[in-house]
Design a protein around this ligand. Structure first.
Ligand code: GDP
Length: 462
């Protein structure tokens, strides 16, 4: 109908250079087509390989997704324990099982990795989410199909997804989270990927961006890996396909932007995440101010700065308002764009939809609205912002969240370092070398996988 038409003609820009199809109705998701109007145009063009893969995925979701005869058949197969896919025509599935007790950043990165893995291995992607999950925060990414796993019937083997801790085919449960074990890490080996190909249902629980793990050089030969270097696009070229926020978050983003940020010529985003409760806030603030000064991210006087007049603005996100107050005191009078903080939730809340809507909208404000980003090391919240925005952030070093904070401990040095790329850091890579069949030092970087500046044992694509 009339309302389903966008109020303008769709151009290549609106469709993010082909990442999106024009097949969606406009009303189904406003952010999908308004996104380009806010986002600085990415210099990364999606490759023809990626575009072909995405179109294939859309067809797969339509032909095999919930509601289709193929889906019913696959469910029946699951019930009757028939192990292998019978022929190439059969549909295969990847179910992303959410960790309800992880933060939004973790969950978004897990969905992002699952999305890419599904596209590269030609599996239908289904996300299981209850009322308060990723599924409600994002628009449907595939036209004419749903990515939501339907409520399972009483006798369905998919009924108790939360109880899965392993099991025989016809499904394989993949646990790619936390300090996961030897067998789980075999996921990154080519020969195991070949075995997985024949399994109709993969049930995956991940808590971060595992893509660098499955493109790592040491694993096995290039051809057998689904996320080999050649096949793995950088996140900036594809996250736009699935990461379109549902209307409540998008409204929060656009209204906050026009009320507070639109006047700033250059917006500096600062994301402060504190993992060590005992670390003195003043120390964190000093670290931030040193970073900003050392890297000359903001003008120190009201006069001309870097040749431009100071129409700078600052966007702060943090659970606390303390840093914002101090920054406002320090810079507020100097910056015509002002210092702003959309919310201060006090503490992280789980299974709280309004809280998640705020968190997601702040990730978007940091990413697509900001020109420069300062993030907190170790934080997946920051990774989502940098990945969505295609921004290479200044990362403030953080003591590891797993270490005890000791009284009088010095602030990390240097205060911040530039991330090597916009890609999220993968915190739990496997050190198992699939070819020599033993653990190896992962110290050698390749031309496309590097150590992260914030997590010494983490790896990322560059
Ligand atoms: P991480 O713990 O830093 O890796 O990030 P996560 O996103 O996984 O978990 C932290 C959670 O705390 C977020 O999802 C939010 O719910 C909340 N949170 C942390 N920092 C902020 C912030 O700056 N703004 C808002 N609105 N929420 C935050």
């Amino acid at each position: 109908g009339f309302e389903d038409k966008p109020p303008f003609n769709l151009t290549a820009d609106h469709l993010l250079d082909g990442l999106l199809t024009a097949e969606f109705g406009y009303r189904s998701c406003r952010s999908r087509y308004e996104f380009a109007g806010y986002h600085k145009k990415s210099s990364h063009q999606p490759s023809p390989y990626l575009l072909a893969k995405l179109r294939k995925q859309e067809a797969l979701q339509k032909g095999c997704g919930p509601g289709t005869a193929a889906y019913k058949k696959a469910l029946r197969r699951l019930k009757s324990n028939a192990a292998d896919v019978e022929d190439d025509e059969d549909c295969r599935y990847l179910v992303n099982i959410s960790f309800r007790f992880r933060g939004l950043g973790n969950r978004v990165l897990a969905v992002a990795s699952a999305f890419l893995y599904a596209v590269l291995t030609e599996r239908v992607l289904l996300v299981n989410g209850g009322k308060d999950d990723v599924a409600d925060l994002f628009c449907e990414p595939f036209p004419g199909a749903t990515w939501l796993l339907p409520r399972a019937g009483r006798r369905s083997p998919l009924r108790k997804l939360d109880d899965y801790h392993g099991g025989p085919p016809p499904y394989v449960y993949l646990h790619l989270a936390g300090e996961y074990g030897f067998h789980d890490k075999l996921f990154y080996c080519g020969e195991h990927q070949r075995l997985l190909r024949g399994v109709p249902w993969l049930l995956m629980r991940a808590d971060g961006y595992f893509v660098p793990g499955c493109s790592s050089r040491r694993r096995s030969s290039e051809s057998s890996r689904p996320c080999s270097r050649r096949k793995t696009p950088r996140s900036t070229t594809w996250v736009g396909t699935f990461s379109t926020p549902a209307t409540p978050s998008w409204r929060a983003v656009t209204s906050y932007y026009s009320a507070n940020l639109a006047g700033a010529g250059r917006l500096v985003g600062i994301q402060i995440r504190v993992f060590q409760e005992k670390q003195p806030p003043q120390q964190i603030l000093d670290q931030l101010l040193s970073c900003v000064r050392d890297e000359k991210l903001l003008p120190e006087t009201t006069t001309k700065y870097n040749g431009t007049s100071s129409s700078y603005g600052v966007l702060v996100t943090s659970l606390s308002s303390w840093y914002y107050e101090r920054l406002k005191g320090e810079y507020g009078g100097r910056l015509t764009g002002g210092v702003h903080q959309p919310s201060h939730e006090g503490r992280q809340r789980l299974r709280n939809e309004a809280h998640d809507v705020k968190a997601l909208s702040e990730m978007y404000l940091l990413s697509i609205m900001c020109d420069v980003l300062v993030t907190s090391g170790f934080s997946t919240f920051g990774y989502v912002a940098q990945g969505l925005g295609g921004l290479q952030p200044w990362v403030m070093s953080r003591p590891s969240p797993w270490e005890e904070w000791t009284e009088g401990q010095a602030a990390p040095q240097p205060p911040c370092r530039r991330a090597l790329s916009v890609e999220p850091c993968f915190h739990s890579p496997s050190s198992y070398d699939c070819t020599v069949r033993r653990d190896v030092e992962l110290d050698k970087v390749t031309s496309y996988i590097w150590r992260c500046v914030d997590v010494s044992w983490g790896i990322k694509l560059v």
